[in-house]
Design a protein around this ligand. Structure first.
Ligand SMILES: Nc1ncnc2c1ncn2[C@@H]1O[C@H](COP(=O)(O)OP(=O)(O)OP(=O)(O)O)[C@@H](O)[C@H]1O
Length: 244
């Protein structure tokens, strides 16, 4: 069954049209990356999906239920890890569960352990590195009851090695917890490495230019990055985005 349906979304800010007739469906457990020129409307699309920004026209459905303009159906992780500075790491990751009325600290500790954050449960966000904050923010999304997670450039502030570690970590967690992920990135390699599908938006006003299935087998390893097929895909995606 198709989990999320985005149906003919339009959005303008004043005279500035940002989204133009954007439609696609995300199926259960899919990992979809959204790429497009800077300022094309990717974050706006996420905010519309998350019920944070109201669209001018179009509807959003989850499992057939109309959720247009409603929040709480999607776990949305914004560009910077928005942790609450006065809450400990453990209390930050439990936030989504708390809102839903069911805390499960034992599961949270298990996740923190997998993310290499054991021993940091009682620390506060300002005592963590950038990569650690991102992981805490991720765990909060993963522990939230929603099955759909929107991640907006979660790795953009990280160095290349940390970024690759985080990508591998994300893939292992995603497979284990069978979430549906929508992922915005500017990094073509990252999108190809992670995704089942790749949606390319045009320059503003954003329309869907391409919706490609990524053929690489899973599990994916570093070796994939050096294959001819991967490099050819990278070039094709780059050319598509460059045209705007
Ligand atoms: N609240 C707002 N009021 C007015 N204009 C806005 C608002 N939010 C976004 N915009 C405009 O909408 C357009 C798309 O912005 P958005 O942040 O969605 O793009 P993006 O594709 O996520 O960009 P980037 O890749 O640089 O992060 C931009 O021109 C931006 O100025």
């Amino acid at each position: 069954m198709s989990e999320l349906v985005i149906d003919r979304i339009y959005k303008s800010f004043g005279a500035d049209q940002v989204l133009h007739d954007v439609s696609f469906a995300a199926h259960d457990g899919e990992f979809i990356s959204i790429l497009g020129p800077s300022g094309s409307g990717k974050s706006t699309l996420f905010k519309v999906i998350g019920g944070i920004t109201r669209q001018d026209a179009g509807e959003i459905y989850i499992n057939g239920e109309r959720i247009t303009g409603k929040s709480g159906y999607i776990s949305y992780m914004p560009q910077s890890a928005a942790l609450m500075p006065w809450r400990t790491v453990l209390d930050n990751v439990l936030l989504g569960q708390e809102i839903a009325g069911k805390r499960d600290p034992a599961k949270a500790v298990k996740m923190l352990e997998r993310a290499g954050l054991i021993g940091y449960e009682k620390r506060f966000p300002h005592q963590l590195s950038g990569g650690m904050k991102q992981r805490v923010s991720f765990i909060r999304s993963l522990l939230s009851p929603q099955t759909l997670i929107c991640l907006d450039e979660p790795f953009s502030a990280l160095d290349e090695f940390t970024r690759f570690d985080m990508q591998k970590w994300l893939l292992s967690i995603w497979q284990e917890y069978s979430k549906t992920i929508l992922f915005v990135t500017h990094n073509i390699e990252e999108a190809l490495f992670l995704s089942d599908r790749l949606i390319i938006l045009s320059a503003k006003p954003a329309e869907i230019k391409r919706d490609w299935q990524i053929p690489f087998e899973r599990p994916r390893t570093e070796q994939l990055l050096y294959t001819n097929e991967f490099l050819q895909w990278k070039k094709m995606v780059y050319e598509e985005i460059k045209q705007g």
